[in-house]
Design a protein around this ligand. Sequence first.
Ligand SMILES: O=C(O)CCC(=O)C(=O)O
Length: 289
Amino acid sequence: MLTNEQVHEFERNGFVNGGKVISDAALTELTAALDAVLEKGPDGFDEGEPQPVSFRTLSGDREKPVWQIVNIWEATPAFERLIYHPDVVSGISQLTGDKDLMVWHDQIQYKPAEYGGATTWHQDAPLWPIIKPMTPVSAWIPFDDADEDNGCMWMVPGSHKWGNQIDFLRTQGELKQREDFKNLATFSPPNDADIAQVEAVPWPVKRGEVSFHHSLTWHGSPFNRSGRPRRAIAIHYMTGEARFDAGGDHLMKRFVDLPDGAPMAEAGAHFPSVCRDGVPVGVPAHLSA
Ligand SMILES: O=C(O)CCC(=O)C(=O)O
C-alpha cells in the first residue's frame, strides 16, 4: 500500500517512488533472465519459441544504443510473474483509482555501460494512440541502481497537468547528454496549473524499487557514460475503461482483433488482466511453482 503522502506526491508531481518491492532473490532471478535475453539478441529466438514482441535499438544508433525489449513477459516466466506483482498492481490501482487493470505492454530499456544512448524527452500517452482514454500510470523498476551517472530518468514535476505537449517535446530531441538534459527550451505551462514552471529534475531510483509515473509526465533519460550498465523495465498498465481506437497505430495493434471502441478488456491473451474489483489477481498457478 502506498501512504497518503505518496499518493499526494504523485498527484502533485506526476511521479513517486513506491519503495523497494522486489526481493533480493527475485532481483537475482529477474536480472539473470534479462541477461539471458540480452545475450540471445534480437535474432537469437527460434520460430515458435516464447519471445518478446520486439527487440531493437530505440535510439536508432548502434554506437549509442538503448536496447528496447517489448513484452519480455512473454519470453520468460520470471518477467511474467513480475507483471502480476501485488505491490506494483495495487500501487497502480491506488494511483489510478481504478479497480480493474490489464497489462498494456512492458518494455526493457537497457543502456550499456560507457556508450548507452539517450531516451529523449517525451510523454507516454500520445505515443499510444490505439487506446482511449489514455493509460494513466506506469511502473518503472531498475535492475541496477539508476542515478545521474548511468542515465537515470529525469522528470518535470507537475507536467502531467499540462495536457498533450508531445509536439513541443519532439523539438527537444537534441538534449541527450547528462549535462544538457535539463536545458529544455522556454515553455509556458497553463497559468492555473498547480505547478506552473518548467524544472527538470534527475530521478534516481535504486535497484528493486518501483517508481510510478503518469502517462503525461514529461520524462526521458540521457546517455550512460558511466562504467555501469543501466537495466530497467517499465510496465504500462491499462485501466478497465480503456477502449480500442482502430484509427491509431502501435506495435501492439496486430494483437487486437476488436471493432473500434470495444473494451480492451476483451483484447485477449497479450493483454492479461492483473487486478479485478480492486484485488490483484496474483501470479497464476502455472507460474507460481
Ligand atoms: O527507461 C527509461 O529511461 C525511459 C522509460 C520510459 O520512457 C517510460 O517508462 O515511459
